[in-house]
Design a protein around this ligand. Structure first.
Ligand code: FDA
Length: 305
């Protein structure tokens, strides 16, 4: 119920304009968002590196409506790639992008023109671009672009969502092609004909797909804060004798900090998804939707100010 409400609110343009221009925004977004600038994202990345944690840097933004905005997003990511190239990290920091930030709503050709140079730069710097997965309206087109980038540049990681029925087939195909995958549960509002409506089914599908990726995938990333899933992944890796270099864990900046430390202390590879930028509203609302207790945290913070 609350999940549904926050996901609906996340798509309201008027609320988005209002909140993103609020002078008090930084006060309540700082738990999940590094700051408004690339410098803030890099500063967090450096702090994490000192703790043995790698970064996937995300310049916030999605669903741009003009070619100029798509081009500006491209310039921002090139700058981010150059900056992470100069920032030490346990394993190379990556950038995470959403294709609608590069004009996917305006057409595949326009989007491809924006993203090709990002992959070329990432490859030259010895890192990769992770293509986040948005709502199911974009899944097929996103995966088609993932495959093109894999063939042309090789330095891509796809994201697949365990809540979609189609994902089992997508995992099999990307494993066959050798495309690295980040597996997550899925953060959007989806109808029951495309996604499991019950959380228990999503969790069970995640475990099944995770074991396929750990067994047969290329450099898979397990992206979850779910304790049962983390323990299951660790047990699976131990039983199969998989060394930590064969896979990595990923979590979101600001979430489950004790588990982050535990994984690092146990010698596991961990990458944190670190968002920065001014277009924070949809990302932030999806984090509230995942855990309504965050609203309490937010309300307490606002009252304190
Ligand atoms: P679950 O939701 O079951 O949470 C397990 C526990 O984790 C909770 O009980 C709570 O303790 C903690 N937790 C989870 N979310 C929290 C929050 N917001 N605040 C505080 N605590 C929280 N989705 C997508 O559709 N496309 C994408 O590209 C990505 N990319 C991505 C990258 C990375 C690195 C991560 C970790 C996640 C994503 N996601 C995503 C989001 C993902 O789909 C999912 O919505 C969240 O990770 C929440 O699911 P969990 O697996 O954490 O489990």
């Amino acid at each position: 119920m609350l999940r549904h409400l926050f996901l609906t609110l996340s798509r309201q343009p008027n609320l988005r304009r209002f909140f993103e221009h609020s002078p008090r925004a930084q006060g309540f977004t700082s738990r999940f968002i590094a700051g408004q600038t690339l410098a803030a994202g890099i500063a967090v990345s450096r702090q994490l590196a000192a703790r043995g944690i790698s970064t996937a840097l995300d310049h916030l933004g999605e669903n741009v409506t003009t070619e100029a905005a798509a081009a500006a997003a491209g310039a921002e990511i090139l700058a981010a790639l150059d900056a992470i190239g100069e920032t030490p990290a346990p394993s190379p920091s990556t950038v995470a992008i959403k294709l609608t930030q590069f004009g996917l709503d305006l057409g595949d050709e326009l989007c491809l023109r924006q993203v090709h140079p990002l992959f070329a730069r990432a490859r030259a710097l010895g890192t990769r671009v992770e293509i986040d997965m948005e709502s199911s309206a974009y899944t097929a087109r996103t995966l088609a672009i993932v495959k093109q980038m894999h063939a042309a540049h090789g330095c891509v990681r796809a994201v697949l969502q365990a809540y979609l029925y189609r994902t089992e087939n997508d995992v099999a195909e990307l494993n066959r092609l050798g495309v690295p995958v980040r597996l997550c549960k899925g953060a959007y509002q989806e109808p029951p004909d495309v996604a499991f409506p019950r959380k228990a089914d999503v969790d069970a599908n995640f475990v099944k797909l995770m074991e396929t990726l750990l067994g047969k995938g290329t450099d898979p990333a397990i992206a979850s804060h779910d304790e049962r899933i983390l323990l299951r992944a660790l047990a699976y890796a131990r039983q199969r004798g998989l060394p930590p270099e064969r896979y990595e864990f990923q979590m979101l900046y600001g979430i489950r900090r004790q588990w982050q430390q535990r994984l690092v202390d146990e010698g596991q590879r961990l990458r944190l998804y670190v968002p920065y930028g001014e277009a924070w509203y949809p990302y932030f609302m999806r984090r509230l939707a995942e855990r309504p207790a965050n609203v309490l945290f937010l309300a307490t913070n606002l009252l304190r100010k």
